[in-house]
Design a protein around this ligand. Structure first.
Ligand code: AKG
Length: 284
């Protein structure tokens, strides 16, 4: 068995080369079960009261009526702790650098029948100044082609080009805009099927998408956290702020190393909200 340094170095090399890598069995069954309990609690006790949540239709105890909850780490101490899970930090510090901050989490519920998200690159939505954005996508259920796993185009991060984005009407996907006019064919895309407890790491320029959950019952849940180098400022949208954003958003959580901008302090401005398949909140 490789040590954690060796294991992380191999994964980070894949991340750099292919734009993604998979850490299998990264969370224990008990850790996954605790996160699922917490996901259930958020859906039962918190989601309906969040922005976007009141519009959800369906039974009040049905977690499947929400497509996703954004910023769950602001509602759940366990999800906040998970931002800095050792299996995440060991890979990010190899792939991004020694000083890493997190600015976003998303809890995808994706019940049977719910849509996926069209081709996109995360740096379109969270622009870093040094192209250091990366995601840790934690599978809370086995993710397969038929329940809507991630699809990626390996190597598509390499040119570091952000391809054009447009709205779409494809019912396979939710409202989030779609990248188009990129020089890759659909045949180059591969599904990333993983077991619950695995973590898929992917680069902010990697083209990726997910399809509809085609099963007749059951969820495809994932907790997705976004990270970047703490050396880069984060000119990200803030509630009530200018468009395009000009300031350094300090609504961040350090997960490794030291923060060169610690003297600025931190802030708590982004509020958790619910994402439904058709509603269009300001961010994805
Ligand atoms: O999990 C999904 O369905 C989509 C996740 C995704 O595209 C992302 O986190 O950027």
């Amino acid at each position: 068995m490789p040590g954690s340094n060796e294991r992380a170095a191999v994964l980070a090399a894949q991340y750099r080369e292919q734009g993604y890598c998979v850490a299998g069995e990264a969370l224990t069954k008990a850790e996954v079960a605790a996160l699922l309990d917490e996901a259930m609690r958020l859906c039962r006790e918190e989601a309906a009261g969040l922005s976007g949540g009141a519009a959800a239709t369906g039974a009040a105890d049905d977690m499947g009526r929400f497509l996703a909850i954004h910023f769950p780490h602001k509602l759940s101490p366990l999800m906040r702790e998970t931002l800095a899970h050792p299996r995440i930090v060991e890979v990010l510090t190899e792939a991004i650098g020694p000083n890493v901050k997190c600015m976003q989490s998303m809890l995808f519920i994706k019940n049977a029948g719910k849509p996926g998200q069209a081709w996109h690159q995360d740096e379109d939505f969270i622009a870093t100044r040094d192209r250091s954005l990366g995601a840790a996508w934690i599978a809370l259920d086995d993710a397969t082609v038929d329940n809507g796993c991630l699809w990626v185009i390996p190597g598509s991060h390499r040119p570091c080009v952000l391809w054009p984005l447009r709205q779409h009407n494809d019912p396979e996907y939710d409202f989030a805009p779609q990248s188009y006019d990129f020089p890759y064919r659909d045949e180059e895309a591969i599904p990333v099927e993983v077991a619950a407890g695995s973590i898929v790491f992917f680069h902010g320029h990697l083209l990726h998408k997910s399809l509809r959950n085609r099963r007749t019952s059951g969820f495809r849940r994932a907790l997705v956290n976004h990270y970047m180098s703490a050396e880069s400022l984060l000119p990200w949208w803030r509630p009530g702020g200018p468009h395009p954003p000009t300031q350094d958003l300090r609504d961040i959580v350090m997960v490794a190393g030291t923060d060169p901008y610690a003297y600025k302090g931190t802030e708590d401005v982004n509020r958790p909200y619910v994402r439904l398949e058709a509603a269009a909140p300001a961010m994805t």
